[in-house]
Ligand binder design. Structure first.
Ligand code: SF4
Length: 177
């Protein structure tokens, strides 16, 4: 017992080290995104997430920037409960036959101007589930998509970068039109 106690004082814990988070980069990206939203919309960016048939891996990554650790809401990025309050629809997963109608109705319920971001490889073309009898296909087969963010699942940084690129593109289009 004494030996065990002694060893436990010097032995490293069995749990794995947490991955080092690139705090500064996430903060900088989220702040840039918040500024771009205020420039383009005059207010915060509201995002509605829709799972059209995902395995939930993409949802876990979408929730990460919104958790208490990263807390991107402080920069003006809000996840909202209704498409009627949203500027951006973030759609995860391929579109299953049973979700097709719900996805179309959500898109119609979102006020213009709106952007659709397809998140993950499944949302692009059905990914590893393509060809299944239960699958319609990628998101663009059901509603117009403005941006695809690749990955299985994509990392939160990739999502923030994608949203920033989307707003900057919209900004440029508004200036040149
Ligand atoms: S892209 Fe990967 S993580 Fe996302 S829904 Fe498809 S299988 Fe799941």
């Amino acid at each position: 017992m004494r030996k065990l106690l002694f060893e436990s004082l010097f032995r490293r814990p069995f749990t794995e080290q947490a991955p080092s988070s690139d705090d500064a980069a996430v903060t900088e990206l989220a702040a840039a995104l918040g500024r771009a939203a205020r420039r383009r919309l005059g207010r915060s960016l509201s995002i509605r997430e829709i799972d059209a048939g995902s395995c939930n891996g993409c949802e876990l990554e979408i929730h990460a920037p919104n958790n208490a650790y990263y807390d991107v809401e402080r920069f003006g990025l809000r996840f909202v409960a209704s498409p009627r309050h949203a500027d951006v629809l973030m759609v995860t997963g391929l579109v299953t036959r049973s979700m097709r109608d719900a996805l179309e109705r959500t898109w119609h319920a979102t006020p213009d101007p709106k952007w659709v971001v397809a998140v993950g490889d499944c949302a692009r073309d059905g990914g590893c589930f393509a060809g299944s009898y239960a699958v319609v296909g990628g998101v663009s087969e059901v509603i117009p998509v403005d941006l695809h963010i690749s990955g299985c699942p994509p990392a939160p940084m990739a999502m923030l970068r994608g949203l920033l690129a989307l707003l900057e593109r919209a900004d440029t289009a508004a200036v040149t039109s």
